[in-house]
Ligand binder design. Structure first.
Ligand SMILES: NC(=O)c1ccc[n+]([C@@H]2O[C@H](COP(=O)([O-])OP(=O)(O)OC[C@H]3O[C@@H](n4cnc5c(N)ncnc54)[C@H](O)[C@@H]3O)[C@@H](O)[C@H]2O)c1
Length: 259
């Protein structure tokens, strides 16, 4: 899909990866609805886009609340007249002291934001896009969803759910011309990662940073590729410091590969 002239909603657009994606798609000519629970961060992203000559609006939306998600999508229609791109990106980790020492409410919230909200955002955006004849949905998973993640198993489970949800929608996606794909970043230099490291250090928990860390703009490039490449349905795009690769959904044993 050509990005110029399109309208996108980015959740978690007030910080890190969501901000970089918002700026990138706006730079490429899309109008952006920045959705976040952080009003200050969201307003800053809008200001950054507008200062660079782009179009954007902020909507306060908690991605776990059905009413908020509906309002966030309606804002795209009300402010910019259409809805072409949804990036379900908002996310959190369990954080120190980790599973199972962190309160159960925290594990629950991780699954709610990182997985349930992705299902909600996809399910509520799809009928709007279908009416328009198509659209693109991108979910932020993680390399933690493709491989075991010993630092945060709950986060790994939620992100693994996002990967399989996305892969499972491959043929659904092709039938409706709503391309659903996900991006699976390695460790990215964002406030989320910095906060996690600080909290772990305070508790004396050993954690590490790879020698080469991915910049949020590299994830924005990957998301722009997922928007543009009309051949991708139900795929994961793994982004490592060394490069990126498409992971196609594997057909279930005994089933035929869906094209
Ligand atoms: N940073 C990394 O290394 C990394 C790696 C792989 C995947 N990810 C994923 O990328 C996404 C963005 O992470 P980031 O590193 O940019 O983090 P971040 O903390 O910098 O940004 C996340 C944003 O999401 C918002 N948010 C949190 N809960 C929300 C809710 N309920 N409703 C609406 N907004 C909410 C926050 O306010 C924040 O602005 C997350 O899904 C994260 O799991 C991050």
């Amino acid at each position: 899909m050509e990005i110029r002239g399109k309208v996108g909603v980015i959740t978690g657009g007030g910080s890190g990866i969501g901000r970089a994606v918002s700026e990138r798609l706006a730079h490429d000519g899309a109008s952006i609805v920045v959705a976040d629970i952080d009003d200050k961060g969201g307003a800053e992203t809008v200001k950054m886009i507008e200062s660079a000559g782009g179009k954007a609006a902020f909507v306060h939306a908690n991605v776990t609340a059905i009413g908020d998600v509906r309002r966030m999508l309606d804002t795209a229609l009300a402010r910019f007249g259409r809805l072409d791109i949804v990036h379900n990106n908002a996310g959190i980790g369990v954080g120190a002291p980790g599973f199972p020492d962190a309160p159960p409410e925290r594990w629950h919230l991780v699954v709610e934001i990182d997985l349930q909200a992705v299902i909600l955002g996809t399910g509520l955006a799809a009928p709007i896009m279908q009416k328009q004849g198509g659209g693109v949905i991108i979910n932020t998973a993680s390399m933690a969803g493709l491989y075991p993640h010993r630092q945060d198993a709950v986060y790994g489970a939620a992100k693994g759910g996002v990967v399989n949800f996305t892969h499972s929608l491959a043929s659904w996606s092709a039938e409706r011309n709503i391309r659903v794909n996900c991006v699976c970043p390695g460790i990215v230099d964002t406030p989320m990662v910095r906060r996690g490291l600080e909290a772990a250090t305070k508790l004396g928990i050993k954690s590490w940073m790879p020698a080469k860390i991915i910049q949020p703009q590299e994830i924005a490039d990957a998301v722009a590729l997922l928007v543009r490449d009309d051949s991708l349905f139900g795929c994961s795009l793994e982004v490592r410091p060394s490069g990126r690769q498409i992971v196609e959904p594997r057909p279930a044993p005994g089933s035929r590969k869906q094209s």
